[in-house]
Design a protein around this ligand. Structure first.
Ligand code: BGC
Length: 742
């Protein structure tokens, strides 16, 4: 009886969900029938407010009129309940009262900021990453934002590219998991819930492979690399239900992504059956003229809409040319209708037709923004994002009884910089809310600890006049903490660097401080992997602290004093030198692999540089130590319907509780196309008390053994595999072999 009732309820729920989608589709059709061509085109047109420069409602009067005329479907950079309401009121004066969509780059938090996305990736903590996106969505949606232009899911193997800070690093598997988590976090329980925003997977596609790491540059890439390395995180975003995609500025093998039908129509909307809409990147439709792919804005509009770009961000190409293209039969009305349907469907799903103002809620905004609970979570994920690179003399964790600490360096007292690049314009945010590194330390230590400060030098200048004071201060202290790095806006969009060293005289300052003989802890703040060989070779204690957001100072202090035992692992390979770039752990073996860094005779190596990186992918230390043992496979052979169960023991052999990211790599020994020397295929972050041992389980199935064959079919080929379990891609602790039979 109960079972029957259960089935009836499930059936009824399925039916009502079905009829709900029916209703949205029907509503979309009904509305479409009523729309003039100009109104349809309006839905595909997105402008930015000029909020950033001059204040919210100074938008030029023509644009206000255009909104009232239904000629604009979406705005970006309209921030806060007051302004989103004011704009929406203009849209409500249009004939069909179609609400505006408000989009914004909520990249790593709205007002409560979280670590840079790359830093967060170093946590390898998927629930925490999802939660940070969830909180960003909660705050942004309360302020009237419907749509974030995130997550960026571009794989990045070139740290010269400034936008590495915005993604999840170099690895396709980790990147796909994080893409999925971030989309889920932003969209929560689904569009229509008041605290959900639409996610936007960007930049489609292959933007991270810009030649030479120079932003906006061309991408020349094999189909294999595209499918194997760059597309999977986008597919993961589709699987997670991403509502929208953004295309990219680059050309891919000669075709600009914005005008690329193969990418947008064949793959995204075809093979992957993506039902959301695609927005162009800022001006990328018009930029196809510069690419030399189209003759003028009209031609650009034709190429973009034909290729599957649904919404025009700031090119004005659709607004002024689509109608004429239809009139001249250069594009069909069906193309426009398809794009408009996709946009309207999302507006319906968000519930904007029921109440266009439903997200702009001042009370909810006040409650959500700067909610202390959000700050607590931001602090937690910031601590989880820090990577301990060296702790040779066990200087860390510091004792809270330390009598005097000198905190030296240009980053120590910075406030807003802790947000890093891509923080919402925070003009209206009281800067006391941001916890500087200095304040974090002050909050942590008791009255008996004396804190001393010296700036030492600037980040970039060559002026060494502050060294003397820094040395004086260092000499008075029991421990010296030095906070250096690259400026917060040296990574980000259009922030490519040809030299990724520590800027200015910061390393010279360290050299002088070293002469004091005091124990030194180095904090490196950056949005990318930097090259800092002298520091890495001569300093015993290094924490990579990225840019950690609102709670940076507290999180750093938590790690310094052992209230959080560092567990971060690098999501990108750190090179020894720019000459090694692009550098990534999962490369092919080549016909002449070097045995080691000394092997240079007619093998694939540099005569002036080792092949190995300075710090490998997946690397990161803890205050405790972990031992891996007892690897057991349920069987050494499997067919493609079977699963091998893997078990191993992980023991915390040190003095502190801690968490380890156990990484599972596979090597396919022979393939019909060559395979990487190893590939991450699974991981688990495991917490252990001091002295504790846990058994960890993984499963190997056909999916984990599959790859794109010569025809780019996704297949698992019979043959021998090696299983490698490690603490990083270069620190493999356990190995086993197994066979796939058929
Ligand atoms: C960036 C996008 C961003 C857009 C809107 C572009 O320059 O490439 O990632 O979403 O601007 O701000």
């Amino acid at each position: 009886m109960n079972k029957l009732l259960g089935s009836i309820i499930v059936f009824w729920m399925a039916l009502s969900a079905f009829s709900q989608t029916q209703t949205i589709d029907q509503s979309v059709e009904e509305l479409l029938q009523k729309m003039t061509l100009e109104e349809k085109i309006g839905q595909l047109n997105q402008y930015s407010s000029d909020w950033n420069q001059t204040g919210p409602m100074t938008i030029n009067p023509n644009k206000q009129t255009e909104i009232k005329n239904g000629q604009i479907g979406s705005m970006l950079n309209v921030i806060g309940t007051t302004y989103t309401r004011q704009y929406q009121e203009l849209a409500m004066q249009s004939r069909l009262k179609i609400p505006l969509l408000f989009g914004l780059d909520v990249i790593h938090g709205y007002k409560t900021t979280f670590p840079l996305p790359l830093a967060e990736a170093a946590s390898w903590d998927l629930p925490a990453i999802e939660l940070s996106a969830r909180i960003a969505a909660t705050e942004a949606s309360a302020a009237g934002i419907h749509w974030t232009f995130a997550p960026m899911v571009d794989i990045a193997r070139d740290p010269r590219w400034g936008r590495v800070m915005e993604g999840a690093g170099e690895d396709t598997y980790l990147g796909s998991k994080i893409a999925y988590a971030r989309v889920k976090g932003f969209q929560g329980d689904g569009l229509g819930n008041l605290n959900s925003v639409m996610a936007c997977a960007k930049h489609f596609a292959a933007y991270g492979a810009a030649v030479g790491g120079r932003d906006y540059n061309s991408v020349d890439m094999s189909e294999r690399m595209l499918w194997e390395t760059y597309l999977p995180p986008f597919k993961a975003a589709v699987d997670a239900g991403a509502a929208t995609f953004m295309n990219s500025f680059n050309d891919i093998n000669g075709i600009p992504a914005t005008g690329n039908a193969y990418i947008q129509r064949d793959i995204l909307k075809g093979k992957w059956n993506f039902q959301g809409f695609v927005v162009s990147d800022w001006g990328s439709i018009g930029e196809m003229i510069n690419h030399g792919y189209v003759t003028d804005a009209k031609d650009a509009a034709r190429a973009a809409i034909t290729a599957g770009s649904d919404m025009d961000m700031e090119s004005n190409a659709y607004r002024y040319h689509l109608a004429q293209l239809v009139a001249e039969n250069k594009i069909s009305i069906e193309l426009i209708d398809d794009a408009v349907r996709r946009v309207l469907r999302k507006k319906f799903e968000l519930g904007l037709f029921e109440d266009p103002f439903r997200y702009s809620d001042p009370d909810r905004q006040n409650a959500a923004i700067f909610n202390p609970e959000h700050a607590k979570i931001a602090r937690d994920i910031a601590a989880k994002s820090i990577v301990l690179l060296k702790n040779e003399k066990q200087i860390l964790p510091l004792s809270k009884e330390t009598k005097s600490i000198a905190f030296i360096g240009p980053m120590v007292k910075l406030k807003r910089a802790n947000h890093g690049f891509w923080a919402i314009d925070l003009k209206d945010v009281d800067s006391t809310y941001i916890v500087s590194q200095w304040e974090g330390l002050q909050n942590k230590v008791g009255k008996n600890t004396k804190l001393l400060y010296a700036k030492g030098c600037d980040i970039e200048s060559t002026d060494k006049s502050g060294f003397a004071e820094a040395i004086k201060v260092a000499k008075k202290a029991d421990v010296v903490i030095v906070s250096i790095g690259e400026k917060h806006n040296m990574s980000g969009e259009a922030k490519s660097r040809s030299n990724i060293g520590l800027p200015g005289v910061q390393e010279d300052l360290l050299k002088e401080l070293q002469k004091t003989g005091k124990p030194i802890v180095v904090l490196i703040n950056a949005g990318r992997p930097l090259v800092f060989n002298w520091t890495a070779d001569n300093m015993s204690t290094i924490l990579y602290t990225w840019w950690l957001g609102s709670e940076a100072g507290n999180a750093i202090a938590d790690v310094l004093f052992g209230d959080y035992n560092p567990s971060g692992k690098l999501p990108m390979t750190f090179p020894r030198d720019e000459g090694q770039i692009p550098i990534y752990y999962n490369h092919y073996n080549t016909g002449r692999p070097a045995k080691d860094d000394q092997d240079k005779i007619y093998v694939s190596s540099y005569i002036d540089l080792p092949n190995s990186p300075k710090f490998p992918f997946g690397f990161g230390l803890s205050y405790t130590t972990f031992q891996y043992s007892d690897l057991k496979l349920s069987q050494n052979q499997m067919n493609s319907d079977e699963v091998i169960e893997v078990a191993l023991k992980l023991s915390n052999t040190g003095k502190y509780a801690g968490a380890e990211v156990v990484q599972l790599y596979l090597k396919d020994k022979t393939g019909s196309v060559v395979r990487p020397i190893l590939e991450l295929k699974d991981f688990q972050k495991v917490s252990l008390a001091a002295g504790e041992t846990k058994t960890i389980y993984f499963k190997i199935d056909k999916e984990k053994l599959s790859f794109f064959n010569q025809k780019l079919d996704w297949v698992a080929e019979p043959g021998s595999f090696e299983l490698l379990i490690g603490a990083s891609s270069a620190d493999i602790r356990l190995r086993a072999n197994f066979e796939l039979t058929n």
